[in-house]
Design a binder for this molecule. Structure first.
Ligand code: NAP
Length: 341
């Protein structure tokens, strides 16, 4: 930042960028705000940290994994496809041969799979410093998981909710556990509707179904953060703006083609994930939404506000759906070891 320009002017420009979604979410917004970043905020040496990133083999998850592993963190790539995961890992190792990366195969939309993965992790790890919920889908048709849940909801909300719950003991064992949820600016358009969230209405609109789940992610971030306030764990969410990733190209082909020159790189989109996972200053925040390392409001329209009782109902809904997939034995076992939240 040049020293001659008054701070107030930069602040005004930042507010104007926020008002124009286009400016804030594209590469323009990132380039502008990058000038305010403290280069020393994210330590260059992250060795000793254990960080799990879901959907780590492509797009923002891949950029996040690479940046954290380059700094020496042990990154667990949680991916659903073994060969895609291994190729991504190999690509990072080619550039950074000393990177400490392991692979966990998990389909985050399948609760039984999430449970198996978390059990394995609890057997093999003593702590988890950071859990990044990055995996996400935007579908063009209605699909269901083998457990009967609508796939957008299962991938973006239910699986990550269960994963956080299951990994709490490992997060609590870390000096300061962090959970980072990757949401989307699309959630600003939605008021949480529990029925539509679980059963998107006909005709299926993938963009609306996606935005409902992204609104739910923000509400659950606030719920987790309130419920964990007496622990060392901090929970925040971020949205990456619009980044050029395989997901955007395949789910929103026209948008992607039209905006291609202005889309952020995956590295720019992932910057705030990395910051929330590892920066010193990020540790001061709890239950907030970020874009470009700065807290942002969770709604611009009052009609999209989620009242506390609806947030609570969302929490109860996720808890009950998760319990409904347990066998009787598992149910008893789960109740015995559940951390009261
Ligand atoms: N890119 C953007 O502009 C943008 C904007 C707003 C929000 N976001 C959010 O950012 C996150 C990452 O998006 P992206 O653009 O990087 O997407 P992407 O390019 O499609 O990558 C998504 C990653 O998630 C994985 N994944 C999907 N379903 C999974 C499942 N059931 N289990 C495990 N892994 C699964 C994918 O694995 P496969 O390779 O096996 O498919 C892939 O590795 C998402 O939560 C998205 O909603 C992105």
């Amino acid at each position: 930042m040049t020293t001659q320009t008054p701070k107030g002017l930069w602040r005004l420009l930042d507010v104007l960028l926020d008002c124009s979604v286009f400016g804030a979410y594209t590469h323009i917004g990132y380039l502008f705000r990058k000038r305010f970043f403290d280069p020393k905020d994210i330590p260059e040496d992250l060795s000793g940290l254990d960080i799990m990133v879901t959907g780590a083999n492509a797009g923002l998850g891949f950029a996040t994994t690479k940046a954290l592993a380059r700094r020496g963190a042990h990154v667990i790539m949680a991916c659903r496809n073994a060969s895609r995961a291994e190729s991504a890992r190999d690509a990072i190792l080619q550039e950074h041969p000393d990177a400490n990366i392991s692979v966990e195969i998990v389909d985050v939309s399948v609760l039984a799979d999430v449970r198996r993965c978390c059990t394995r992790l609890k057997e093999t790890h003593t702590k988890l410093d950071v859990l990044v919920h990055n995996a996400g889908v935007l579908l063009d048709e209605r699909r269901h998981t083998q457990e009967g849940f609508e796939l957008t909801f299962a991938t973006n909300v239910l699986g990550p909710f269960l994963m956080t719950q299951e990994l709490l003991p490992l997060l609590q064992a870390a000096p300061q556990g962090r959970v980072v949820q990757v949401t989307s600016g699309g959630m600003y358009t939605q008021r949480l509707d529990l029925k539509a969230l679980q059963h998107p209405p006909d005709p299926f609109d993938g963009v609306v179904a996606y935005a409902q789940t992204k609104r739910a992610e923000v509400d659950l971030t606030q719920q987790w953060s309130a419920r964990l306030k007496d622990t060392k764990i901090i929970v925040n969410c971020m949205h990456p703006g619009w980044a050029d990733t395989p997901g955007v190209t395949s789910s929103l082909p026209t948008f992607s083609k039209l905006l291609k020159p202005l889309l952020r790189s995956p590295e720019a989109g992932a910057d705030t994930i990395i910051w929330l996972a590892a920066a010193h200053s990020a540790a001061q925040h709890q239950g907030k939404l970020f874009l470009d390392r700065a807290p942002k409001p969770t709604q611009f329209l009052t009609r999209t506000n989620t009242p506390p009782e609806r947030q609570q109902a969302l929490w109860t809904c996720c808890t009950e759906l998760i319990q409904s997939t347990l066998s009787k034995d598992e149910h008893t076992h789960q109740n015995e070891r559940n951390i009261t939240l």
